[in-house]
Design a protein around this ligand. Structure first.
Ligand code: ADP
Ligand code: MG
Length: 465
C-alpha cells in the first residue's frame, strides 16, 4: 500500500467500544472522528483540548491496544482539535464516501439484533468461520483485515489478496469473510467460488449462449470471493472475462477477495493488467504456523472431537508436523479415528506409532537423500554410486563431502542416518565431511554459491515430485 488508511480498523474499534462500554460513557467520550492515517498512526479529531486531555489520560492506551488487536500494528494516536460547527457525532459525521449505497451498509453495532435469515449461503461452508479460525502470529494481520473487510465490504483494501502455500488456511479465511459478511447482512449478494468453477461457468455460458446472464450475475454482486486464482494461468479467455468483472466491481466499490498460491506478480501467462489489479489493494501472505500456533490449532481440533488427548501428544505432533495446518488436521483425524475404533485413549506411544510415516515425511520434507546424491553427482560429473561407494580419489571425495554437507543442511536426518544412506558409513565420517566443507567455505567464496545453487535445484526438484 502506498497510502495508509486505517479507517477500517478505527471504525471497527469504535464499534467494539460501543458494545463494550456503557452507552453513557461511549457517547460522552467517543465523540471523536477519524481524520487520516500515516504509516504508523491515526489522526483523529476531537472537539476541544479538554477532550483531548481526558482522552489521552483515560482512553489513549485502551484505544491503542484495541487498534493493535485489530490491525496487528502498533498504531499511535494523534489528536487534532477541531471546534464543532453545529453537531459533531462520530457516527453522524462519517464521510458519505465511506458508505456504500445499498446492500453493504454496515450493521450498527448497537442496533437491536436484527432478525437474521439463518438460511445457509449455498457456496459458503459454515464450518469455515472466524470462530473456528485460530489466530496466531502468522495470520493475525490477515485475520483482522478479514474481519474488518467483512464488516465494511468495499470500503478499504479492495481487493484483498491472500496468498501462501497449500494448507495454510487461505480458503478458510476467505470463506470466513464471506460468512461474517453474510451474517452481518443477509441481503448482501455474495458469490464464493474457485477460479476453476468461474472458468467452467464461463465456458458453459459461452456454449449455451447465456453470456449476458453470466456477466450480469458476476457484475452485480456486492462481494466476490474467488479461490485459487493461480488457476487462471493459461486461461486467457476466462481471465479476460474476470478482468472486466473486476473493473466493474472495483468501480462500484464492491469488495473482492482472492486467494492464490503465490504473489500474483509471479503468475505466468496472465496479462500484466490483471496481475496488477489482483495486487492493487491489500495483499498478505500466510506463513506456516509456529509451534505455539500449531499447538493451539491441535487443541482446537481435538476439543471439537470431544476426545481426551494428553498435552505431550499435542507437543509431539506440533514438533513433528510443521508444514501446514491441513497436515495437523489429518493427524488429529487419524488419532481420533483410531481412538473411536478401538475405544482406547491416545497415548504418546500410540500417536508416534500411528503417525510414524507422517512424521518422517514432514521432518525431511520431500527431499530425499537419493535426490541430493543424484543432483550433486550430476553437477560434479560423477555417478551416484561413486558418492555412495568406497573410492577415495579426490574427484569423488569432494563431491561426496558436498552431498553430505547439503544433506545435513537441508534435511533433519541425523549423522548416523546419513552415514547409512551414504553407503553404510560411520557417523563420524559424516561429521568430518561437514566440518571439512565448513572450513573450505571460509576460504572459497565460490563454493558457497555452488552449494546454494545446488540446494535450490534440489528443493525445486523435490517440490515437483
Ligand atoms: P489453503 O486454502 O491455504 O490450502 P485451507 O483453508 O483449505 O488451506 O486450510 C486447510 C485446513 O486447515 C482446513 O480444514 C482449515 O479449516 C484448516 N485451517 C487452516 N488454517 C487454520 C486456522 N488458522 N485455524 C483453524 N483451522 C485452520
Ligand atoms: Mg484452498
Amino acid at each position: 500500500m502506498d497510502t495508509w488508511d486505517y479507517r477500517i480498523f478505527w471504525n471497527e474499534a469504535m464499534d467494539q467500544f460501543s458494545r463494550e462500554l456503557s452507552e453513557q460513557e461511549y457517547s460522552m467520550w467517543f465523540n471523536i472522528e477519524y481524520d487520516s492515517s500515516t504509516q504508523d498512526s491515526i489522526r483523529i479529531r476531537v472537539p476541544s483540548s479538554f477532550y483531548k486531555d481526558q482522552l489521552t489520560k483515560t482512553y489513549q492506551r485502551t484505544i491503542e491496544t484495541k487498534l493493535f488487536e485489530l490491525s496487528g500494528k502498533r498504531l499511535g494516536i494523534d489528536f487534532m482539535i477541531v471546534k464543532p460547527s453545529t453537531e459533531t457525532h462520530a457516527a453522524a459525521s462519517r464521510p458519505a464516501a465511506d458508505r456504500l449505497p445499498e446492500a453493504s451498509d454496515r450493521v450498527p453495532a448497537t442496533a437491536p439484533s436484527a432478525p437474521r435469515t439463518k438460511e445457509k449461503h449455498p457456496q459458503l461452508r459454515t464450518d469455515y468461520n472466524f470462530d473456528t479460525y485460530v489466530v496466531g502470529e502468522n495470520n493475525s494481520f490477515a485475520a483482522n483485515a478479514g474481519i474488518a473487510i467483512a464488516s465494511n465490504p468495499g470500503i478499504a483494501y479492495n481487493p484483498f489478496l491472500i496468498y501462501g502455500g497449500v494448507g495454510l488456511g487461505k480458503t478458510h479465511l476467505m470463506q470466513a469473510i464471506g460468512n461474517r459478511a453474510w451474517d452481518l447482512n443477509p441481503k448482501l449478494k455474495i458469490i464464493c467460488i474457485s477460479a476453476e468453477e468461474f472458468t467452467n461457468d464461463f465456458i458453459h455460458a459461452l456454449s449455451s449462449h447465456s453470456i449476458t446472464a453470466f456477466k450480469n450475475r458476476y457484475r452485480s454482486v456486492d462481494l466476490l470471493l474467488i479461490d485459487d486464482i493461480h488457476f487462471f494461468e493459461n486461461k486467457e479467455n476466462s481471465a479476460e472475462e474476470l478482468f472486466h468483472t473486476f473493473n466493474t466491481l472495483y468501480d462500484g466499490n464492491k469488495q473482492m477477495v482472492f486467494t492464490c498460491d503465490r504473489p500474483a506478480s509471479e503468475l505466468k501467462n496472465l496479462s500484466e493488467r490483471l496481475k496488477s489489479r489482483f495486487e492493487r489493494g491489500l495483499k498478505l501472505d500466510l506463513q506456516p504456523p509456529n509451534y505455539e500456533m500449531r499447538c493451539a490449532i491441535l487443541r482446537r481440533k481435538v476439543e471439537a472431537s470431544a476426545l481426551k488427548v494428553p498435552n505431550e501428544v499435542i507437543d509431539v505432533i506440533a514438533r513433528n508436523i510443521s508444514t501446514n495446518v491441513r497436515d495437523l488436521e489429518s493427524a488429529v483425524t487419524t488419532l481420533v479415528g483410531y481412538a473411536k475404533l478401538v475405544g482406547k485413549d491416545i497415548t504418546i506411544e500410540i500417536a508416534q506409532q500411528l503417525l510414524k510415516d507422517v512424521f518422517s515425511q514432514s521432518r525431511h520434507g520431500n527431499v530425499t537423500i537419493e535426490y541430493i546424491i543424484r543432483l550433486v553427482a550430476e553437477h560434479f560429473k560423477v555417478t551416484g554410486n561413486d558418492l555412495k561407494g568406497k573410492k577415495r580419489t579426490k574427484t569423488i571425495v569432494f563431491p561426496r563431502q558436498v552431498a553430505m554437507y547439503i544433506a545435513r543442511e537441508i534435511t533433519e536426518y541425523s549423522t548416523t542416518e546419513l552415514g547409512l544412506e551414504f553407503g553404510g558409513r560411520d557417523h563420524t565420517t559424516v561429521m568430518h565431511s561437514c566440518q571439512k566443507i565448513d572450513e573450505l567455505l571460509k576460504l572459497d567464496p565460490t563454493l558457497d554459491a555452488t552449494i546454494q545453487k545446488l540446494i535450490q535445484a534440489i528443493r525445486q526438484a523435490s517440490i515437483k515430485n
